[in-house]
Design a protein around this ligand. Structure first.
Ligand code: ADP
Ligand code: MG
Length: 904
């Protein structure tokens, strides 16, 4: 590795950061080392003029990670160094943060031109993966900083997206608290987790071997001082941050574990940002049971927000399929709603009513969506402004967005059905009518537009940001500048006449200030009071005492006016931060309106229908379609998706099916049918219409899936182990209100083991859980379970057979598949004809012996026979025989029977 670095011939790779300053170091290096000692765990970006420089090991790390050249400074030949231009630093820093590094920014605290000795420098903020505002972060994505606090039986979890001030906390208690907390943490996938250094994220009791691979899915793990997590420190800090409402106002009363975790987050943010983070002024405490719970495995399996296989891109996700939102806030709300759909029937119904009203009114809906498109990311703009990393253009973007609010409000309110319309329902009235109360922020918008010029420069440094007429002194100082142009013209004119040089020019540049330029041919006419400044090829540049005076006056006017501009800008910024609460309320209202408009738009576009909520735990779907596959097929112009029906009823005291067992060949559509059921429930409980002719359902409390092999294999657990862990979770925690999908369970182990486990699992589901379940399997043998369990219903995916081979119809039909078609599928896949032929022969023989065995067996308790190996069957048979009660004749018969079986 070291060989690849360009070292400019000096021995710099072996030098560690010195322990202490020594006399041989330059003052600059001593200053650097002092700053570095305060932030040993961060890469220190040290501002030197137009660059941020890194030294020692930091330089080596950065040069490796950023592919930038490693060099050394002239004065410290043996110190490795690399740097990035300050104006391009943001993207380099973002790359380091994404790789999990921390970055400390050490700025010049005074103007180098004015500094007497060495320029004063200070670390102004520390950027960490969980607290940085990454400009490349997609609108819908969140960047969470999380904290976990364990207190006795309780496990508190808090997390904050600083870029949107989305701040939430929850708490688990009882014996499973830690495991539930961990699952919730993994589901969030925060980019940084802070925890007390001495205790570790999940306390000393938790087994590191199981925890570490899981926590590897969380981004950076940052240990902080233990006292940060003490309730006495953290809770009062949180109270101060959230202001007067007190913790009860946020539902945190009695949840000190969650409050402590939240307080620790506030401390961490304040200390790294060196800012109060005033926009973080509210927190939402939630309980897991307030939402349809979708565990982390299921979120992945169903590709709700991320694709299962990263190479397939985001197109296969439900989020992408449903994202017709016009604003970043709407997109984020869609994403979080798909991850935590509702479970409150009344709230769900009122969403449907609102969607319906907007669905039927194309013109007003489009008007609304047009207005929404003008609203930029209010949350992120507010965060930048409040963390003081916003420029003048960010403020104008905020103003431009606020300007669209009245229009959003007006067109949203126009969607409230008029009295007398057939659509009038109280709910639609209240959602769209409420939209009319979206508080406008005209005052703020006006203040911003009035204070700033319409097209300001990027930063405050050059001046020219504040509009004329705002500050009298500023206007005066500026007129020095503009009257200056007139005086320059006057000086130029006078000097031309005095010297008789017609080509004489008075000019300004940033290095030499004001000067008089005279071409070489005229040098003989230069008066004695001209002072030479610079020689060019064709000309000489001079100055005069008058010009020097003038320069000082202009430059000091400029400096003073920039100072005033900065003050006015800060005041405007403070005014915006004071209104943070109002801005965020508007932002939430916009997000909700946008989401409902999106659902309405898609319902109209794709013929989605309004689901019906039923009090009974049923799931009835007529002509349901898989939303993602249907969309992808439509976009590709392929043949249409084949709709399918589904009926499940988990009520007690009925004989309706509560478990569907789907058999049939690979590629037949089993997995699609399963996923489709879950996706429709998720959409329905998110408040969306669904791709089906009709859907009636009882609210689902949790969705479980066990689907396919996931890439956990790479993390060192075998597919089979993962599968069994997931199945264990389902069997241990599902309720009668849950929806369970088991796809190809048992595939990861030997056929007999797998089949036995699948069999036992199905029995358990029937006897002890009784939830709405779908089970897809290639174990044809399982279809026999229908004889024992009347509520288990066999379905199969249909194929049509022709001499050319089989064709998948993707239709789900009643009854078990009549055979397994494995060899037909293999033929479609292009296996050589000789192999296919031989496989058919083997299969025939096998089936013959199997049939024979079934005929021999009569004991119902031994139904497993058909797939138990012969030796095991004989052993079982012997073990079950009670010799004490056996007559000699029976014993002989048994022997005879066993012999026949062996001959098979
Ligand atoms: P299985 O689980 O039975 O092996 P899958 O559900 O994985 O089958 O489906 C196999 C392929 O068939 C998928 O590529 C899918 O897009 C397509 N497919 C499945 N169901 C349908 C359907 N109802 N209409 C159209 N295509 C479908
Ligand atoms: Mg499948």
């Amino acid at each position: 590795m070291a060989k690849n670095l360009r070292t400019e011939g000096c021995d710099i790779l072996t030098l560690p950061v010195p322990e202490a300053a020594t006399d041989s170091q330059t003052p600059l290096m001593r200053q650097y080392l002092a700053a570095k000692r305060q932030h040993p765990d961060a890469l220190l970006f040290f501002r030197l003029g137009d660059f941020y420089e890194l030294f020692f090991d930091d330089a080596k790390t950065a040069s490796r990670e950023l592919q930038i050249t490693l060099t050394a400074r002239d004065k410290e030949r043996n110190v490795p160094m690399c740097g990035v231009p300050y104006h391009a630093a943001e993207s380099y820093i973002a790359r380091l943060l994404r790789k999990g590094y921390r970055v400390a920014i050490c700025e010049q605290m005074e103007d180098p031109k004015l500094a007497k000795k060495i320029v004063r420098r200070e670390v102004t903020r520390v950027l960490t993966p969980g607290t940085a505002l990454d400009p490349a972060l997609a609108a819908e994505q969140s960047n969470y900083l999380a904290a976990v606090h364990l207190a006795g039986e309780a496990a508190g979890l808090a997390y904050l997206d600083l870029s949107t001030a989305d701040f939430r906390a929850t708490e688990f208690s009882g014996p499973g608290a830690t495991a539930q907390c961990l699952d919730e943490l993994l589901r969030l996938a925060p980019s940084e987790l802070i925890f007390p250094a001495a205790r570790g994220p999940f306390g000393p009791k938790t087994d590191a071997a199981t925890l570490d691979p899981l926590l590897a899915q969380v981004g950076t793990r940052t240990p902080v001082d233990d006292w940060v997590f003490s309730p006495d420190f953290a809770i009062p800090l949180l109270e101060r941050q959230l202001g007067s409402r007190g913790l009860e106002g946020f539902g945190l009363q009695g949840h000190s574990a969650a409050a402590t975790a939240a307080g620790a987050i506030i401390h961490y943010v304040r200390s790294t940002q060196q800012s109060e983070a005033g926009h973080v002024d509210t927190l939402r405490f939630y309980r897991r049971a307030e939402h349809l719970h979708i565990d982390q495995v299921t979120v992945r399996n169903l590709e709700l927000v991320d694709p299962l296989f990263t190479d397939s891109g985001p197109e296969t996700t439900l989020f992408r399929t449903m994202d017709a939102c016009c604003t970043p806030m709407g997109k984020r709300m869609l994403r979080s709603t798909l991850l935590r759909p509702m479970i409150d029937a009344a709230a769900i119904e009122s969403r449907y009513a609102a969607v319906e009203a907007a669905r039927t009114d194309l013109i007003r809906r489009e008007e609304l969506r047009r207005a929404l498109s003008g609203v930029l990311d209010l949350d992120r703009l507010l965060a930048r402004i409040s963390l003081d990393s916003a420029g003048p253009r960010d403020l104008l973007a905020l103003a431009a967005s606020l300007r669209h609010l009245p229009e959003v409000k007006k067109s949203a309110a126009s969607l409230a059905p008029q009295p007398g319309s057939p659509l009038v329902s109280l709910d639609a009235q209240s959602f769209w009518a409420n939209a009319g109360s979206l508080a406008p922020l005209d005052d703020l918008c006006a203040a911003i537009s009035a204070t700033l010029v319409p097209e300001p420069p990027l930063t405050l440094a050059e001046g020219g940001v504040i509009a004329p007429g705002i500050d009298a002194e500023l206007d005066d100082l500026r007129s020095v500048g503009s009257s200056g142009r007139a005086s320059i013209a006057a000086i130029e004119d006078r000097e031309r006449r005095r010297t008789g040089i017609g080509s004489l020019k008075v000019r300004f540049n940033s290095v030499f200030g004001y000067y008089i330029e005279i071409t070489k041919s005229n040098l003989s006419s230069v008066p004695a009071d001209y002072e030479r400044k610079q020689t060019l090829v064709n000309a000489e540049r001079f100055t005069t005492p008058e010009l020097k005076d003038y320069e000082t006056k202009v430059l000091s006017a400029q400096e003073r006016s920039i100072e005033i501009e900065k003050r006015l800008f800060a005041a405007l910024r403070a005014r915006i931060v004071e209104n943070a609460g109002r801005i965020r309320r508007a932002s939430t209202a916009v997000a909700e309106i946008d989401l409902v408009a999106c659902f309405a738009h898609l319902a109209a576009l794709r013929n989605y229908t309004r689901p019906r909520v039923d009090p009974a735990p049923i799931l009835e779907i007529a002509s349901g379609r898989h939303p993602v596959i249907e969309r992808l097929m439509d976009e590709a112009g392929e043949s249409r998706f084949v709709p399918n029906d589904l009926f499940l009823d988990a009520s007690e005291n009925t004989s309706h099916p509560n478990l569907l067992l789907i058999t049939g060949p690979n590629m037949g559509g089993k997995s699609t049918y399963l996923r489709q059921a879950a996706l429709l429930v998720i959409l329905a409980q998110a408040g969306s219409f669904v791709p089906a002719d009709r859907m009636t359902y009882g609210i689902v409390d949790r969705i479980y899936t066990r689907i396919g092999a996931s890439d956990n294999l790479a993390r060192g657990r075998s597919t089979f182990m993962v599968e069994m862990t997931e199945t264990a979770t389902i069997l241990n925690t599902a309720t009668a209100q849950s929806l369970i999908l088991l796809d190809e369970m048992g595939r990861g182990t030997s056929t007999f083991d797998g089949l036995s486990l699948a069999w036992a699992t199905l029995e358990y589901l029937q006897r002890h859980i009784g939830a709405r379940s779908l089970f897809a399997t290639h174990y044809h043998e399982l279809t026999m379970l229908a004889d024992e369990f009347p509520r288990l219903k066999n379905l199969h995916v249909s194929v049509s057979e022709s001499p050319q081979g089989i064709v998948f119809l993707h239709r789900i039909e009643q009854g078990p598949a009549n055979r397994s078609y494995g060899i037909d599928v293999a033929r479609l896949a292009g296996l050589p004809p000789a192999v296919i032929h031989r496989a058919r022969q083997v299969l025939k023989q096998h089936e013959r012996s199997e049939r024979h065995n079934v005929a021999v067996e009569t004991e119902p308790a031994l139904q497993l026979t058909i797939f138990t190996p012969l030796s095991q069957r004989i052993l079982d048979r012997l073990a079950q025989t009670d010799i004490d009660t056996l007559t000699p004749l029976q014993a002989l018969n048994l022997l005879e029977e066993l012999k026949t079986e062996i001959k098979g």
